[in-house]
Structures are given as C-alpha cells and as structure tokens.
Design a protein around this ligand. Structure first.
Ligand SMILES: Cc1cc2nc3c(=O)[nH]c(=O)nc-3n(C[C@H](O)[C@H](O)[C@H](O)COP(=O)(O)OP(=O)(O)OC[C@H]3O[C@@H](n4cnc5c(N)ncnc54)[C@H](O)[C@@H]3O)c2cc1C
Length: 399
C-alpha cells in the first residue's frame, strides 16, 4: 500500500490550505462569535471547485475521487468544521442522485450546483426517528393523476434555511409503511446575494407546483455555529414521479449507500478538527513555561501530547482504509466507514478535551481556539449515526 499522494491530490490540498490559512484561520473566532452564515467562504470554495465533490464527471466535467474528497474535507475542517459540515452536506444530499438517479435526474438536480454556488439539505432525521430512522412518519401518497403528495416534519437538517434543494427520505403510501422512498425537491435558488444571513428567521417556501415547505428557526447550537441547522416541514408538497430517485420502495437501501459514503467524510471532518486541536495545543505548550520549563517538556504533559498524536494517526489510518474500501467498491466498506467515524470522533473529543486541559485556565476562555474546538468536537460522535449505532453495525458484521 502506497501512502503518497498524487499530483492532483497535492494540488487540491494546496488550494484548500490557502483558503484555510488566508480566509478562515485568522478570522475564525470572530466569525464564530458573530454566528453569521459563512456564504463568502462557501462561494470561494465553490469557485475553487472544492465543494460538490460527489457530482459525476458527466455533469461536472471532471471527477473528484473519494480519497481526494476526504483529503479536501479534512483540510477544510482544519479551518472550521461548521463550514466543512455545510459544504459536505451538498454531497450528503446529492450522492444518492449520482448513484441511483437517471441521466435526466442527474442533469435536472445536479447541474444547478455546477452552475451556481448553491446548498442542498439531506432530510432523514425526525423528532421521533433519530438513530432508529425506521420510525419516521413523513410519507408520500399517490394521487389519481399519478403525482404524489408529501407530508411530514424533519429536524436537525443541515443547510435547511439556505438550501435550494431538499433530498427527503419518506415512507410510501402511509406513515407506517415498510417501504421508504427518496424524493428530491428543488426550490427557488438561494444565493449569498439573495439571503446573506437568515439570522433567527423562519422561512416559508410556497411551491409553484403545490404545497409548501416551512423552515424553522435555526438551532442555537453548542458548537459548529457556522453551520446552519433547522427543522423542515412539508405540507401537501406535490411530488412528480421524476422527483423520485430509483425505485420508490428502496429508500432504506439508498440511505445505507449514502451513509457508507458520508461516514468517512464525517471521519475526515473529525480528523481535521483533531489535527487542529493538536496543532494549537503544541503551539501553546511550546510557548508557555511553568516550573522553569515549557509545558510540552513536562513529562506528564508530553505523555498526553504523545497520546493525542497517536489518536490522530490511528484515526487517519482508519479513514484511509475506509476510503480505499469505497474506491474498491468492497463489500465490507460499511464497517470501515463506521470504524473511521468512531476513530475520528474519539480523536477529536480526546484531543480537544486534553488540549483544552493543557491550556489551563486560558483554554476555558473564548480567546483561545481550543475552547471552540472542544465545543465543535461532540457532534462528530452524534451526526450520521451515534457511536453506539456504528458499534452496532460493526458488531453485526463481525460476529
Ligand atoms: C448539528 C447537527 C446536524 C445534523 N444534520 C443532519 C442532517 O443534515 N440531516 C439529518 O437527517 N439529520 C441530521 N442531524 C441529526 C443526527 O443525525 C441525529 O441527531 C443523530 O442521528 C442521533 O439521533 P437523535 O438525536 O434522535 O438521538 P437518539 O437516537 O435519540 O439517541 C440518543 C442517545 O441514545 C443512545 N442510543 C441511541 N441508539 C442506541 C443504540 N442502538 N444502542 C445504544 N445506545 C443508543 C446514544 O447514546 C445516543 O446518543 C443533525 C444533528 C445535529 C445536532
């Protein structure tokens, strides 16, 4: 196995590093405090071609392989995981269209993302269907004219307030059905110019084809404050057959395919965060002296920094194996996706907790980035499947 990166991958890394170094890191504490949606950075990322990574070559004109995608997301996350979560969410919502959509659907639902900096949402979670998404009650029902009507409510939806397209997983026929469908709902495009900052506002979208979508007030979150998270309610939304991706009974299979792709990308987010926590901790403990020595030279502190480094390296190995498995289309890609996600979450939480501790009292103030990183880290262990769900997947496969 060769760990060296090819020219393309190095070029991507260089591009993202420049964006992070010049456009994110110097302003991140200010930006986070202002809690203002980072449209400017999303626009720049779009111009640089480092979002919408999963869109196939036939639509975009070039393809970003899955290893490069993970490297890009990791590097962007080194700058801020709220921004990378928002950017990566386009892939979370759109990968299913690339995987299971017809050529017409790919053209219709993916091309706009190539033409303009737009955001998408993936709507799976519901108030009573989190880890157990089989309990969802949103559903479509067929009408006499062959179209469908969608009703239901989703919660914790990334990008919801700004999205120009919603990919929705719902039941078919009735709220208790065993079948799930995946439907795509494009809405009037929203760009930085049209909605610079939604703040605490709700958004109501009346669809020209019938029905409406109501976006709740953005969640006031512990961390990842630069990503937008809100509830989405669908009221009598008319769905045409061409808005249904693949077979309208196979939604559950499509969720598995989406998450097998997306979990390593969440691992990349966690890894970028863990690396940043290690970097700021090294910087701080090299400067600060106590007992006549740099903190990083005090044996117990050095031991902790060594453990942080080891967790980062192990998380990176797990991530690389997971993306190689996806690239090879291996049957066991799913358990490596879960392993990578858990390893990255563990590294992120460990490095931010211990990194904050090594900053002493200063780490507990908002002046030091480590306190923000510590707040951001917890979600890595929660979204796209909590730690216990990943363990359930791994356990089920290995016994
Ligand atoms: C910032 C943010 C962004 C998000 N973005 C999206 C998005 O874009 N789209 C989307 O659809 N969803 C999104 N989510 C939702 C997220 O995926 C869910 O919060 C997550 O899957 C957990 O569901 P839950 O919150 O209902 O927790 P629950 O399922 O209620 O779980 C709560 C706790 O119970 C325990 N638990 C649960 N299941 C098990 C089990 N099988 N065994 C043992 N213990 C268990 C765990 O400790 C778990 O943490 C987002 C959430 C947040 C906070």
């Amino acid at each position: 196995m060769d760990f060296s990166l090819n020219e393309n991958q190095l070029a991507y890394l260089d591009t993202v590093r420049k964006l992070v170094k010049n456009g994110i890191t110097p302003y991140i504490l200010e930006m986070e405090k202002a809690h203002k949606f980072p449209w400017v950075i999303i626009n720049k990322a779009w111009e640089m071609g480092i979002i919408n990574l999963c869109i196939p070559e036939a639509i975009k004109g070039y393809e970003v392989d899955v290893i490069s995608s993970a490297l890009i997301i990791e590097e962007l996350s080194y700058g801020d995981t709220g921004i990378s979560t928002s950017a990566m969410c386009n892939d979370l919502a759109n990968v299913v269209i690339g995987q299971h959509g017809t050529d017409e659907q790919k053209e219709l639902f993916l091309k706009p993302f190539v033409e303009k900096p737009l955001l998408a949402s993936f709507c799976l979670t519901e108030p009573n269907a989190g880890s157990d998404n089989s309990m969802m009650t949103s559903f479509i029902v067929k009408k006499d004219d062959g179209s469908y009507v969608l009703n239901g409510s989703k919660c914790f939806i990334t990008n919801a307030s700004y999205a120009s397209q919603y990919t929705v997983i719902c039941k078919v026929g009735k709220s208790t059905s065993n079948f799930m469908a995946c439907v795509v709902i494009p809405v009037e495009p929203v760009t930085a110019r049209e909605i610079p900052d939604i703040g605490q506002a709700t958004r109501e979208i009346n669809l020209p084809t019938g029905g409406k979508i109501i976006i709740g007030k953005p969640e006031d979150k512990l961390g990842q404050r630069l990503s937008n998270t809100a509830s989405v309610t669908f009221e009598d939304v008319i769905i045409q057959p061409k808005q249904i991706i693949g077979d309208r009974r196979f939604g559950f299979k499509y969720i598995v395919d989406v998450l097998d792709y997306a979990r390593p990308m969440v691992a990349a987010i966690g890894l970028g965060l863990a690396k940043r926590a290690l970097a700021v901790t090294l910087e701080y403990t090299r400067e600060r002296k106590q007992f006549g020595q740099r903190i990083c030279d005090l044996p117990v502190a050095r031991d902790m920094i060594t453990t942080m480094w080891k967790k980062v390296e192990l998380a990176e190995l797990a991530l690389l194996k997971a993306v190689c498995k996806i690239k090879e289309k291996a049957d066991d890609a799913g358990i490596y996706a879960s392993l990578a996600k858990n390893a990255a979450a563990e590294a992120a939480i460990f490095c931010t907790t211990e990194g904050l501790h090594l900053h002493g009292g200063y780490g507990f103030t908002n002046e030091y980035e480590i306190s923000k990183l510590a707040r951001d880290a917890h979600i890595i262990d929660i979204y796209e499947g909590v730690r216990e769900v990943q363990n359930m997947i791994i356990g089920r496969e290995i016994v």
